[in-house]
Design a protein around this ligand. Structure first.
Ligand code: BJ8
Length: 429
């Protein structure tokens, strides 16, 4: 992470704690270099993503600050149920806030029980240590009422960012009533966005926004499809990075960068060129989202001699599957279209949630996976409880599953390595 221009005045103005922020950037820079830059045979198209990561607290934040100065709003979101389409249609920019680093955990545990998942502790830690410029640059932070941990944590969290927070009420069943709850939540979000931005969302603006986000998803679908090739043309770590950057970057620039990357991967596939040999064991990851810079388990998997060829995850296929129809001539019709698409996200907070296991099996089959690793964060009841059901369904289709529960700390790295290596040996043999 190089920070060539001096962003410190901007960070100070945003209210960051510079000492804490320096410590975070130092740790991230080292981690990025060890995890990413050390990989062999990377596609040239990853250069863009390396640049974005190098400027993730610099140039991108400056773009947000400049956009605000020109009258745009910045909206931070914790969940893929917050429609970027609505934010764009309200002359806004949507950024992901879910944090993936073990930072500020001790501080967070002053407010949260120790048995809270790492993801929640991480966004608390980032806020308390004042190290997240995305949070500081957001006019509105939308927190969705999904799992109990998030719901209850938001009750405390909103007191830390007074006037900045909005709770998005979420259904917990995929019923007609549940659909109505989601639609009501989206209507309320529109009202809030219009109030904040001083604009009225028009049919035309919303259709444009749907087009922009659909194009981004199409590009990511193309990337997913290319990973099905044998040999895999890109590492799982690099594909994960592209999916992570989707939450921060300008959507149009991101789309064209992913398309450029995919053109290169297309050529690799045509020439039978892989990032690893064709005999490399192929793994699909399934489970909790992996927010930047949560690369611990994928790095262990790929260092163990396997390649990750798909993710059943919100930062992956679950979050990006399906497009929104732009058919319809009213805002109400377009909100229905949004609900149609977002209601297909098979997050484990829904009950029952049979589609997720089917989805994981379909990804594993499509990607010709030799094994699936189910990844759950410790204390994440929704994903931990679904794990055995998913394992049974995927193994019924003939693909072995390894279940892993972990957190963001480095304490279990050696233990994980041992388990993953044994699994890779089993499926590769
Ligand atoms: S749609 S997965 S982004 S809620 S890991 S905080 S579930 S205890 S993140 Fe998620 Fe939206 Fe669902 Fe996706 Fe709770 Fe589990 Fe922690 Fe989690």
């Amino acid at each position: 992470m190089t920070n060539t221009p001096d962003y410190r005045p901007m960070w100070t103005e945003l209210g960051l704690d510079l000492d804490n922020h320096d410590a975070l950037l130092d740790a991230l820079g080292q981690l990025y270099s060890d995890t990413y830059l050390s990989q062999a045979n990377r596609p040239e198209g990853m250069g863009y993503f390396d640049f974005v990561m190098g400027e993730v607290h610099g140039l991108r934040i400056k773009e947000l600050v400049d956009a605000r100065a020109q009258g745009k709003i910045v909206v931070g979101a914790f969940c893929v149920f917050v429609p970027e389409e609505l934010v764009l249609a309200a002359n806004g920019i949507c950024v992901g806030l879910c944090a993936g680093a073990d930072f500020g955990t001790e501080e967070a545990e002053r407010y949260l029980p120790r048995n809270t998942c790492s993801l929640i502790k991480s966004f608390f830690g980032f806020a308390l240590e004042k190290v997240c410029p995305y949070l500081q640059a957001s006019d509105l932070v939308v927190g969705e009422n999904t799992c109990d941990g998030k719901k209850k944590a938001y009750e405390i969290f909103q007191g830390m960012i007074p006037g900045q927070f909005m709770a998005l009420d979420m259904p917990n069943t995929k019923s007609a009533d549940g659909r109505a709850v989601l639609k009501k939540a989206y209507v309320e979000l529109i009202e809030k966005l219009e109030e904040l931005s001083g604009t009225t969302i028009t049919v035309e603006a919303l259709k444009d926004a749907i087009g922009v986000v659909n194009a981004k998803r199409r590009a990511l679908h193309r990337l997913s499809a290319l990973r099905q090739a044998v040999p895999a043309p890109i590492s799982g770590l690099d594909a994960l990075l592209a999916n992570q950057v989707a939450f921060y970057d300008d959507p149009q620039r991101f789309t064209s960068s992913v398309e450029t990357l995919c053109d290169e991967l297309d050529r690799r596939v045509e020439q039978g060129e892989g990032v690893v040999p064709a005999s490399t064991p192929r793994i699909v990851m399934s489970g909790c989202p992996m927010a930047v810079p949560n690369w611990k388990l994928p790095a262990i998997v790929e260092a163990s001699g396997a390649v990750i060829v798909g993710e059943e995850s919100c930062i992956g296929d679950r979050g990006q599957q399906n497009l929104v129809s732009d058919e319809g001539g009213t805002i109400d019709a377009l909100i229905d279209n949004l609900v149609d698409r977002y209601f297909t996200i098979d997050c484990a907070v829904f009950t029952p949630n049979p589609d997720r296991a089917e989805h994981a099996s379909a990804i594993a089959d499509g990607a010709r996976a030799d094994g699936v690793i189910h990844y759950a964060l410790q204390f994440c009841s929704p994903y931990q409880i679904e794990a055995p059901m998913l394992e049974t369904a995927v193994e019924r289709g003939g693909t072995p599953v390894l279940r892993i529960d972990t957190d963001y700390s480095a304490e279990d790295v050696e233990q994980l390595r041992t388990r993953v290596e044994a699994f890779v040996e089993q499926i590769g043999g």
